[in-house]
Design a protein around this ligand. Structure first.
Ligand code: SF4
Length: 392
């Protein structure tokens, strides 16, 4: 049985009043099979979640973030790694600096790790920079950027969601993502309780993300979901009145937005203590030690670390560095994901008669005024600024 297009149009005009946001979305119709054809049996379908979110993105989404311009697999990849655990506003200046210094994959692959860490210093989670560098070298050896999910997730630092973002945004493939923003939106929309890092919850969220990801405009949808999570469905105060999927959001409907997503089960972080020794000679040279390549602050430059002031002074004697005076500074705390580091900085002024350079590769005396040209962890950089630069 045929149904005239005119009748559809008539029906749409009189029965479907799309909101202005949805005016560009073609209205879909569902016809109940085997029923006599009449207007009653033709049901206009609501826009899908993807349509609503894309529509919102077209009107309100951010489209001029640095990594959204001149899109390439390399640029998308670097941005995705930087955006893990770090907010957009913090990432932007780092991204610009990084891209100026390492404009393409080759420049990153051939750069020394020290240089990469220097341009990452301050962003934290340095394993990201080390993995970025390792993967750049592997891709460079391969000769081309991998274009499949399986190949991408074998690279250090690239998980399924990051791979999905690279493939959907840079290669226009139909691939879902599930970063922190998407997890939050979906957990609230479906009122899914349980920590989103729990494998069972995560499996369900992947299933939902996969089912909502549209085959058309996947790249835009990926960016739209990330943007919706970052700017509307925010962690503490979601702006539900401005949300394109508010009408069907279960968390909103049931006043659960503050409870969902369920926070990670609290664990008491262990505390580690140390003395950070700022050894300074009479020419304002500071002793720095390069940390081992893996572990916290891996590959970055830091002050020698000891468990007590006595150990610290004893080490100076061993190294034949006559101590002129020492000053204990206020203890400070830096929290890593898995422990608190309580450190007490101690400035020890020494008479470095031999200009002792020790193991040159991993220990250097560095001019205090130039020390910030090295890759330093943020707490070390703060100490340098506070107690050294301002007093030189
Ligand atoms: S309605 Fe509110 S809680 Fe639900 S997805 Fe939108 S912003 Fe998030």
């Amino acid at each position: 049985m045929k149904f005239s297009v005119d009748k559809f149009r008539h029906f749409e005009k009189n029965h479907h009043k799309p909101r202005s946001c949805y005016q560009n979305i073609p209205v879909n119709y569902r016809i109940i099979r085997d029923a006599p054809l009449s207007f009653k049996k033709i049901i206009p379908m609501k826009p899908t979640i993807a349509e609503k979110i894309l529509c919102w993105f077209d009107q309100h989404g951010r489209k001029d973030l640095p990594w959204q311009l001149e899109i390439s697999p390399y640029r998308v990849w670097v941005s995705e790694i930087m955006l893990q655990q770090t907010q957009v506003t913090t990432v932007i200046p780092y991204y610009h600096r990084f891209m100026t210094h390492f404009p393409d994959l080759e420049s990153l692959a051939v750069a020394p790790l020290d240089d990469v860490l220097l341009h990452w210093a301050g962003l934290g989670y340095y394993a990201r920079a080390r993995n970025l560098h390792k993967s750049a070298r592997l891709i460079h050896q391969l000769g081309q950027f991998p274009t499949s999910l399986d190949a991408l997730i074998t690279l250090p630092g690239i998980g399924r969601s990051t791979a999905g973002a690279i493939l959907s945004i840079a290669f226009k493939q139909h691939q879902p993502i599930l970063d922190g923003n998407v997890k939050r939106v979906l957990a609230r929309y479906h009122a899914i309780s349980g920590w989103t890092g729990d494998p069972k919850v995560e499996r369900e969220l992947w299933r939902l993300s996969t089912s909502y990801t549209p085959k058309q405009r996947t790249a835009d949808y990926t960016q739209a979901m990330m943007d919706l999570g970052a700017t509307v469905c925010t962690r503490s105060k979601p702006a539900c009145p401005h949300c394109p999927i508010q009408a069907d959001c279960l968390a909103h409907k049931n006043a659960l937005t503050q409870q969902l997503p369920t926070p990670k089960p609290k664990q008491t972080l262990p505390i580690k203590e140390c003395i950070l020794t700022i050894l300074m000679d009479q020419h304002q040279n500071i002793l720095l030690i390069q940390r081992p390549p893996s572990g916290i602050w891996g590959g970055l430059w830091s002050f020698p670390e000891f468990s007590s002031l006595d150990d610290s002074l004893g080490w100076c004697v061993e190294q034949q560095l006559p101590v002129l005076e020492s000053q204990i500074l206020a203890p400070q705390r830096h929290t890593f994901s898995h422990f608190h580091l309580d450190y007490t900085p101690v400035i020890i002024k020494i008479n470095n008669l031999n200009n002792n350079v020790m193991e040159a590769n991993t220990r250097i005396w560095y001019k205090a005024a130039e020390i910030n040209s090295l890759a330093l962890p943020a707490p070390i950089s703060r100490l340098v600024q506070q107690y050294i630069i301002e007093n030189v």
